[in-house]
Design a protein. Structure first.
Length: 100
């Protein structure tokens, strides 16, 4: 939206609210300014929707990455636990005098 559109709409609104120092604006100019403002608002809304969608995709992707990382960590812990249990079994066997 151009600075001219913003100024036109501000002056129109001031006139509409009773500012007698502003002459009645040309309806054609007001119409063009309103059309420009509508286009700008629609573009802003599309951009905002796109940003929201990308934010959701990024958040889901980030969550998937965190979950994947945590699953890998759990697998590593399971492997370490399995090795520790195996070592404990071997120790028990050797303490009993038997072969592991």
């Amino acid at each position: 939206m151009s600075k001219q559109t913003i100024e036109t709409l501000r002056r129109f609104n001031a006139w509409r609210r009773g500012d007698e120092s502003i002459p009645q604006p040309d309806p054609t100019i007001i119409g063009v300014a309103i059309d420009d403002a509508i286009k700008c608002i629609e573009a802003f809304n599309r951009l905002n929707e796109s940003l929201d969608k990308n934010k959701r995709l990024f958040t889901n992707s980030l969550a998937d990455g965190i979950i994947e990382s945590q699953l890998k960590r759990i697998k590593q812990l399971e492997d370490h636990l399995s090795l520790a249990l195996q070592s404990m079994d071997n120790l028990r066997q050797s303490m009993r005098g038997g072969a592991p």
